[in-house]
Design a binder for this molecule. Structure first.
Ligand SMILES: Cc1cc2nc3c(=O)[nH]c(=O)nc-3n(C[C@H](O)[C@H](O)[C@H](O)COP(=O)(O)O)c2cc1C
Length: 284
């Protein structure tokens, strides 16, 4: 690659006055400069990876006819996973302890939204639906999040309490898949968490009937203003249907990315009658 082109790639985001959270910077850091770890570290919280092939792919792509600077082919979008390993002898006998270690690693790494998890539920026709929620508690009884107990997800959980949650921590090259049965918590249990939230979040929660159609944004904002008028002290009450759910796990999988896609995978499984966990390595 010509030196001038390399220089151009490096300075493009600075020249454009992009700041560290700018999407273009993020795209740039991931698409073009993964071979400059310090740059990636500066521009994004995702771990750096030495991957010249991405840079080569990007610069080999002839974008001259495309004024939008189209991304390199998705087929070439790949990286190797080399940050960690997961051996059987370092795996805890309790999946909850194992999860505790991995979540702590993610928080120590300052991974953004380390507690964000993909929650998948399915409706009565079998159609799955996925969305992100935040993990707020976990222990041997399960994994808890808070939401509207009359939202789409709530209706799906009522139709089919089997669900899965998924964590992906990019910088650690780790994925945790958790499957089990969801139970609805008493909304009164949510008081402590609800009243610990920032005032703005509490008003928004009270103003929004989650998953229901709304004519436009102004309608939502007006509802928030009305609530502020009704509760000038800021103490808007928790909506009666805002509460928690807990997924009781029956199967957990810990996935550690490895070089050449020969990943480490361990599954913890238990039957509904057995409280002991069976641990098995499975193929990548
Ligand atoms: C990072 C992130 C965190 C979120 N956390 C929550 C949450 O804790 N609870 C929640 O109800 N929705 C949360 N959401 C919004 C949900 O993804 C979703 O839009 C909402 O729960 C409505 O889903 P539903 O219509 O399928 O019920 C979050 C979204 C993102 C992207």
């Amino acid at each position: 690659m010509p030196v001038a082109r390399r220089f151009d790639l490096l300075w493009q985001p600075l020249r454009n006055g992009l700041h560290r959270n700018n999407k273009a910077w993020h795209d740039y850091a991931h698409r073009g400069s993964l071979s400059y770890p310090w740059l990636v570290k500066f521009g994004t919280r995702c771990e750096p990876h030495q991957n010249w092939s991405i840079l080569k792919t990007m610069t080999n792509t002839d974008n001259s006819k495309d004024s939008h600077n189209a991304p390199a082919s998705l087929i070439e979008e790949r990286r190797d996973y080399t940050v960690n390993t997961l051996r059987r002898d370092e795996l805890s006998s309790s999946p909850i302890t194992q999860f505790t270690h991995w979540l702590q690693d993610a928080r120590d790494k300052k991974i953004i939204d380390a507690t964000a998890m993909m929650l998948s539920t399915s409706d009565s026709t079998g159609q799955p639906h996925s969305r992100v929620v935040l993990l707020k508690k976990f222990d041997d009884d399960g994994f808890t999040w808070y939401t509207y107990q009359e939202s789409d997800k709530a209706r799906q959980i009522q139709d089919n309490p089997k669900a899965s949650i998924l964590f992906y921590w990019c910088a650690l090259e780790r994925q945790v898949r958790i499957e089990g049965t969801v139970e609805k918590l008493d909304p009164r249990d949510a008081d402590e968490y609800f009243y610990s939230r920032p005032e703005g979040s509490r008003f928004s929660a009270a103003a929004s009937i989650q998953s229901s159609p709304v004519e436009n944004r102004e309608v939502l904002e007006q509802r928030v203003r009305d609530l502020h008028e009704q509760h000038p002290d800021g103490n808007v009450p928790r909506p009666a249907v805002w509460g928690g759910y807990r997924l009781r796990p029956q199967r957990l999988e810990f996935w550690q990315g490895r070089a050449d896609r020969l990943h480490d995978r361990f599954v913890f499984q238990r039957s509904s009658t057995n409280t002991d966990w069976l641990i098995q390595r499975i193929s990548p």
